[in-house]
Design a binder for this molecule. Structure first.
Ligand code: SF4
Length: 461
């Protein structure tokens, strides 16, 4: 095998010959590929992680349930969690010697991912490569051209599309190279319990829980709202059966988890359903500390009280902007009073709050100093425990235009500096430091919190 220029200085890895016995199980590797910096590529979103707040790749977790149920022999490598180099990752893959690889791919790191998939194909030419991620869902044609090594794309990770395809069944949720494109929205969000090997393999931790090791779980897929800057609503919206959700809670408890991250894009979107879910959760009897993402306009006294009784320790809420006109233009009709009330209710019920802000978003661009002063004053009013300032990024699938998007893109460096300045003064303010210290319950939490605070200051897209 000849070395090309890009192989210079890299260890030569010869392709492996396949010697699988007839009749043996197909071996399938679930892969989160390596990256120079910590990245996420799941739930049809990709970007840089803030600090080392690492999260389970939910697409792969859900797929692990379908695939283990259908009899595949599985392994899982999360090269981002392990912080391993591409060559080490290839070695790990070769030691399992899979027939099939299901890998995440991310629009935000597509060049890096494409280079790694070339490396995989050189080392394991007979392994069949399938991809899942934002680029696979929203730009499938482009991705198939960009990654010629991929045989197909899983376009809905909440379905058995890949397993069906590998078992010879046609699926509208698996886009096969060269085949006619067909897709449809599934009616329900039903997935089996994850493969035990997946949930046991890596100790993902977050600093928000007294016991930082946590399990990821979902009660719905997609989002019923239609914010113009976000692509999640393009997935449609479907709920998971409450009984199946509770069964997974029992599964998590039986594997020793006492902390949960509810991974819905907008948890509690339907109040009546949420209260039923809370009832069944309470009757099930296992106690968890848990966190979720939601919208400020969904929080009321009853939901906040019930969530708190059930162990909720943090709600992360998309605030995005203090400018009601801009929010209205984006199809996100939220009043600032509603936001202030949501943060007040969470404080009252002893649930910590995190405000997600898209830096620079207002209807008419004002002088940057004026914008910064208004944002600082708004943050003081809502008084969150955490803030996460983000730069606008055109997520795949978003076709909308707005002067506010172009403004951020043309002055990205200035907005980035502003966001980092605001985050620094927020997290290093004595009030914030005191509050964070008071909330810490274990030394593990302290270490993770310090790392998280440093990470929060770096603005990501
Ligand atoms: S509510 Fe959140 S997840 Fe849903 S469309 Fe709006 S920004 Fe996206």
């Amino acid at each position: 095998m000849k070395r090309n220029r890009s192989d210079k200085g890299r260890k030569l890895i010869l392709p492996r010959k396949r010697t699988r016995k007839m009749g043996s199980k197909q071996k399938l590797l679930l892969l989160n590929p390596p990256a120079k910096k910590p990245v996420f590529r799941d739930c049809y979103c990709s970007g840089r992680f803030k600090g080392r707040l690492l999260i389970h790749p939910l697409d792969l977790q859900i797929q692990s349930g379908f695939l283990s149920e259908d009899g595949f022999e599985l392994d899982f490598v999360d090269a981002v969690f392990e912080q391993i180099h591409p060559d080490q990752t290839i070695e790990r893959i070769r030691s399992f010697d899979p027939d099939v690889i299901l890998s995440l791919v991310g629009e935000a790191v597509l060049d890096e991912d494409a280079a790694f998939f070339r490396q995989i194909k050189l080392s394991l030419p007979s392994a069949r490569l399938f991809l899942s991620g934002d680029a696979a869902r929203f730009r499938p044609e482009r991705l198939l051209q960009r990654i010629p090594e991929a045989e197909g794309l899983l376009t809905d990770f909440g379905t058995a599309g890949l397993s069906d395809h590998l078992n010879g069944r046609v699926s509208p949720h698996l886009r096969v190279r060269g085949a006619d494109a067909s897709s449809s929205f599934p009616k329900s969000f039903a997935y089996p319990l994850p493969w035990k090997g997946f949930v046991r393999k890596y100790p993902y931790q977050l600093p928000f829980f007294p016991d930082p090791k946590y399990h990821s779980i979902a009660a719905s897929f997609g989002c019923p709202y239609h914010c113009r800057y976000c692509n999640t609503h393009l997935l449609g919206y479907r709920n998971r059966d409450i009984g199946e959700f509770v069964e997974e809670l029992e599964f998590a408890a039986s594997h020793g988890f006492r902390s949960l991250y509810v991974r819905d894009a907008t948890f509690m979107a339907d109040k009546a359903r949420t209260l039923c879910l809370f009832d069944e959760w309470r009757q099930m009897g296992c106690r968890f500390h848990w966190i979720c993402f939601t919208r400020p306009d969904l929080i009321d006294e009853e939901l906040a009280a019930r969530a708190s009784e059930l162990g909720c320790v943090l709600m992360m809420m998309g605030v995005e902007s203090f400018d009601e006109t801009w929010l209205g233009e984006m199809g996100r009709h939220l009043h600032t009073d509603t936001m202030k009330n949501a943060f007040r209710l969470l404080r009252k019920h002893r649930i910590r709050s995190a405000a997600q802000i898209m830096i620079g978003m207002e209807s008419r661009g004002s002088d940057l100093h004026i914008y910064e002063a208004r944002l600082r004053s708004f943050l003081k009013e809502i008084d969150p425990d955490f803030i996460s300032l983000n730069l606008f990024f055109r997520r795949p699938g978003i076709m909308d235009e707005s002067p506010s998007f172009r403004r951020i893109e043309s002055d990205e460096a200035l907005y980035r500096e502003m966001g980092e300045r605001i985050s620094r003064s927020f997290y290093f303010h004595p009030r914030s430091l005191l509050r964070q210290t008071y909330l810490l319950k274990s030394p593990k939490q302290l270490v993770l919190s310090l790392k998280a605070a440093v990470g929060m200051i770096n603005l990501t897209r």
